[in-house]
Design a protein around this ligand. Structure first.
Ligand SMILES: Nc1ncnc2c1ncn2[C@@H]1O[C@H](COP(=O)(O)OP(=O)(O)OP(=O)(O)O)[C@@H](O)[C@H]1O
Length: 509
């Protein structure tokens, strides 16, 4: 995790830097916005910027946008200066950290940005076999293709392979090919020269150069446009890249790991993905089983996230009851580990006291469970049926509360507090739901609304549920990321509030 501090932080640079270094961050400093832009354009880069609130944050963020640099910015200022904090957040800062620096707040920000707990929790034989294969593959320099359904832990696996490789002390850089529009992805990967396009006010190095000596993860590679696939193939074959606007190739030494949650072989057959590139990248293939195929991992991962979110929210020890565990085991985990993670995050916030029972388990994708699946067979009046369910025993997908995002108010850390009161539709057993659970009443409730209206609500609610993550929302909705983006642009143009992109859609890991 590389932290770039910009400005004097009101005289607290050393204190803030020391705290961050203690938490394992590599810290660099620059006095000015121009210095920060130069650092971000260079190979040293950064994963997070902490900037003095007295600097022109709006201008800084505008420059980042113009230069297509994606990085979270946290403003820091004397705690009592609420007006400056509000200005910074409005300008696009992700958070405001009050000074003097507080070790816990800085740690929370670093943790939230870096998601530094990258350990793979597992005990199921299916996943253990996959890990053994990854252990064998890791030490070589061969390209690896990591496949698996959405949310199974492909990126986590890529990090694991990097950690176990000879390159572990070198950078691990991730690029989400689906989250970045095609015209930006090229400069993100290969960099650009000054003047290469409008807004390219200086040379910027791309992710290939940033990852030099280390590992480059091409996440969701199947989404890459064929034109870029050709350029990528050349980079792999020649071990050199061309920055946009340059005629001087640059040598790079990068190990590539690619992920895809689509069947790439089928994409090759359909002519959407280059066969030669597929074979270049697929020297080794590591297929991650879905959570449904490794049931023994469910209790372990559930406990892991229970502990993680209880700690992050300062809620003391929490423990799953037998009923809650039964409910988790019976669920059809369509969203895989990410869905389980979100469920446990909510459970931590909804539970009172040490025990986490079924009343705190909100399974948001119950309505999507296929007929005849374990989940579909749980009767509404069963002790393990969802207590938040509507009359039909299912949960309103579209309106289920999400794990709250980091609040935008000044002086708030990224950790979240338990909700003061839950909306009645999510209340305890017996509380009236809005009736989504009953198939007929669901449909009846929609009569009178236009298809476009219903579609918009579904898209925005799903996006909120995914904490703004476009890729995951598109997967759940079953539409392409481009269609989703177009729809969101349309809603934004119509004046609707569109959730901001999620943290994990940053271009760098
Ligand atoms: N075995 C595991 N142990 C602990 N956490 C896990 C495990 N597998 C996945 N996770 C967590 O689940 C979330 C999703 O994992 P990750 O992003 O690696 O999945 P993915 O398959 O790359 O997702 P996508 O298909 O959406 O890109 C992350 O927060 C990750 O830390």
């Amino acid at each position: 995790m590389r932290l770039l501090i910009v400005g004097t932080l009101e005289g607290y640079i050393t204190a803030a830097g020391k705290i961050a270094m203690k938490r394992g961050a590599k810290v660099s400093h620059t006095d000015s916005i121009e210095g920060a832009l130069n650092a971000l354009r260079s190979a040293t880069g950064a994963d997070l910027v902490m900037i003095d609130v007295k600097l022109d944050i709006a201008a800084f963020i505008d420059s980042l946008k113009a230069e297509r640099i994606t990085i979270p910015v946290v403003a820091c200022g004397i705690g009592t200066d609420a007006a400056a904090a509000v200005r910074a957040i409005r300008a696009g800062a992700k958070e405001y950290l009050p000074l003097p620096p507080n070790a816990e707040l800085i740690a929370a920000v670093l943790e939230a940005v870096a998601e530094e707990s990258h350990s793979i929790v597992c005990s199921d034989p299916a996943m253990m076999a996959t890990l053994r294969l990854a252990d064998q593959v890791a030490p070589s320099d061969a390209s690896v293709m990591v496949t698996g359904e959405s949310g199974t832990g492909k990126e986590l696996m890529a990090r694991y392979i990097h950690r176990k490789s000879r390159r572990s002390n070198e950078p691990f850089v991730a690029v989400n090919c689906a989250a970045i529009p095609e015209n930006l992805l090229e400069s993100e990967l290969f960099g650009h020269e000054k003047g290469a396009f409008t807004g390219a006010v200086a040379r910027r190095l791309g992710k290939f150069e940033e990852a030099n000596g280390g590992t480059l993860l091409l996440d969701e590679l199947s989404e890459m446009h064929p034109r870029l696939q050709a350029k990528l193939l050349r980079a792999i074959q020649e071990k050199e890249i061309d920055r946009i606007g340059s005629s001087q190739p640059v040598k790079v030494n990068v190990r590539l790991i690619a992920t895809s949650n689509r069947n790439l072989e089928a994409e090759v057959r359909a002519g959407n993905f280059r066969e030669d590139l597929y074979f270049r990248l697929n020297v080794f293939s590591v297929a991650i089983p879905s959570l449904r195929e490794r049931p023994a991992d469910i209790p372990l991962i559930a406990e892991h996230f229970l502990k993680k979110y209880a700690e992050a929210n300062g809620l003391g020890d929490k423990r799953l009851t037998e009923d809650a565990l039964l409910m988790l085991k019976a669920h059809h985990w369509r969203g895989n580990v990410r869905e389980l993670e979100n469920t446990m995050h909510r459970a931590v916030l909804l539970s009172r006291g040490e025990e986490v029972g079924p009343e705190a388990i909100m399974l948001t994708s119950q309505m999507l469970a296929p007929e005849g699946s374990a989940q579909a067979s749980i009767p509404a009046n069963s002790p393990v049926a969802n207590p938040f369910a509507g009359p039909g025993g299912t949960v309103p997908v579209a309106s289920a509360p999400t794990a709250p995002a980091a609040p935008a108010q000044p002086t708030q850390p990224l950790v979240v507090a338990p909700p003061a009161a839950l909306p009645t539709s999510y209340g305890p057993k017996g509380a009236k739901g809005p009736g989504y659970g009953n198939g007929n009443s669901t449909l009846q409730a929609l009569i009178g609304r236009t298809v476009a209206d219903v579609e918009r609500d579904l898209i925005l609610e799903t996006l909120t549920h995914c904490l703004g993550n476009r890729t995951h929302a598109a997967n759940i909705l079953g539409i392409s990321i481009r269609t989703l983006r177009n729809k969101l642009k349309q809603y934004g143009d119509e004046g609707r509030a569109v959730p901001a992109p999620g943290n994990d859609e940053r271009a760098t890991a």
